[in-house]
Design a protein around this ligand. Structure first.
Ligand code: NAP
Length: 435
């Protein structure tokens, strides 16, 4: 059995490719069904976020398994092999495990150390469990990834500073304002006419960061008014005018800064929609949706300046050096967690032999106990029988404890195989499939 991850991320693919691969909640079931139906796939989980789509799987054969996942990604995205494959990465075994731990720790994120990825990894675990796509090995692997993510946040300084895609988006707005005035610095947003479209988790973070950067009032539009109002109520210090998406055109007419973060699968703003506006000042549109909420063709319309999630790189790289240093602290923790999992996984090789050893000794114990009890005849009370039975169990368990611990202990694969073969021969445990 082999562990593999096949996927793509902001490191390997631009947003226009990533958005074709993203798997929404509505399509998760059919995706699991398709992956599980492949005979190579034993256990599988899907991580779909704005910056990555990764399929982690336990496969029978490394090459055939990876090929099966690539086929799935090709079918799902509708992209030709030559358009998709150059963007895909594959990691196997220890590298795949290490990659997952780094992802969960936020070390592979566009915004190094951002916290949302941990919730997304938790969601990956929940979905895989709900769709019965994982068994004992991935349950252990994914649970350990979540605890690694938590450790990185609690034991290093990487998670401090409340960084997120939303905070980077607000910073990008500040930077663009500065650049428009010929300054390479972050400007306050206090005089901007701001609109936020969408009222989900990312919009909540947008509101937090906007407020901290000087914005005191904004318009919040959402498909569901109640959700916008509930979000606004959590920001008593911000003057928030809530509305439905029907109010979008008016915002496009009067705002100077707009953030879009809806989970719509199709753009809600395109060139056609914008072409009717005659704007006297620029409207900066910052879209953190993936799939994108703003179509690429808006760059052709005058009066509008549009940025997508890939453009956040500009602000992220400004802050990256200090954070890279902190990330080094987390790398050793990641390696330790990956090693723990790999040792546990390797130790599973001993389980069939240990199980046969246990059953062999248990059969002997029962047989000998039976003989002894029948020799004692009816004089032996029920309580005494229990004591003798417990004694026999105790002896067998004590004898087994050290060899079982040694067989499962971390050690080179060849050494464990050798030890298992010796045990099988000495205890006459029959045919082994150790090679
Ligand atoms: P979320 O909490 O699930 O909220 C989704 C928002 O999108 C809600 O306001 C929802 O409106 C709206 N929405 C859903 N379908 C829509 C449709 N068809 N038309 C118009 N509005 C629709 O999602 P989120 O985590 O904030 O993510 C929002 C976007 O940001 C997504 O594109 C995501 O990929 C991207 N993003 C997320 C993260 C992250 O860490 N979570 C990071 C970067 C980017 P209702 O209230 O009416 O349902």
């Amino acid at each position: 059995m082999n562990i593999a991850v096949v996927g793509l991320s902001h490191r390997t693919a631009p947003v226009e490719v990533r958005e074709k691969l993203s798997i929404s909640d509505d399509h998760i079931e059919e995706s699991f069904n398709s992956l599980k139906s492949n005979e190579q796939v034993i256990e599988v989980s899907i991580l779909s976020t704005c910056n990555r789509l990764e399929i982690y799987s336990l496969v029978k054969n490394q090459d055939l398994g990876v090929e099966a996942i690539k086929d799935f990604l090709g079918n799902h995205s509708g992209l030709d092999t030559e358009d998709l494959y150059p963007h895909l990465f594959t990691f196997n075994q220890a590298e795949a495990v290490n990659h997952l731990m780094r992802v969960a720790g936020g070390l592979d994120s566009l915004v190094l150390g951002e916290g949302q990825i941990l919730s997304q990894v938790k969601k990956m675990v929940r979905l895989a469990q709900e769709h019965q796509a994982i068994g004992p090995i991935f349950n252990r692997l994914l649970t350990q990834a979540v605890s690694t993510g938590k450790r990185v946040r609690s034991e290093t300084n990487l998670g401090t500073g409340a960084v997120s895609i939303s905070s980077a988006a607000v910073e990008l707005a500040q930077l663009k304002l500065g650049q428009a005035q010929g300054k390479d610095q972050l400007m306050t947003l206090e005089s901007e006419n701001v609109a936020v479209i969408g009222a989900g988790k990312m919009s909540r973070l947008l509101l937090q960061h906007l407020q901290s950067k000087g914005c005191s009032k904004l318009t919040l539009l959402n498909r569901t008014l109640q959700r916008a109002e509930a979000l606004a109520a959590d920001f008593p210090g911000l003057e928030v005018k809530c509305g439905l998406l029907e109010g979008l055109d008016q915002c496009l007419q009067i705002s100077t800064l707009m953030f879009t973060s809806t989970a719509s699968e199709n753009p809600i703003i395109d060139a056609n929609r914008l072409s009717k506006f005659k704007r006297s000042s620029i409207l900066r549109l910052i879209d953190i949706g993936v799939p994108r909420n703003i179509a690429a063709d808006v760059s052709e319309v005058s009066g509008f300046e549009s940025h997508d999630v890939d453009d956040l790189q500009e602000v992220v790289s400004r802050n990256q050096d200090a954070r890279q240093q902190i990330a080094l602290e987390a790398e050793s923790l990641i390696s330790e967690e990956a090693k723990n999992f790999l040792e546990w996984w390797a130790s599973l090789e001993a389980v069939p032999t240990i199980n046969r050893l246990r059953s062999g000794l248990e059969a002997i114990r029962k047989e000998e106990l039976q003989k002894a009890l029948s020799r004692m005849g009816p004089d032996f009370s029920a309580r005494e029988r229990k004591v003798v039975e417990a004694l026999s169990k105790g002896i067998v368990n004590k004898i087994l404890h050290t060899p079982v611990t040694n067989l499962r202990a971390p050690q080179p694969g060849a050494q464990r195989k050798e030890a298992l073969k010796i045990v099988e021969t000495l205890f006459n445990l029959g045919e082994s499939d150790l090679s």
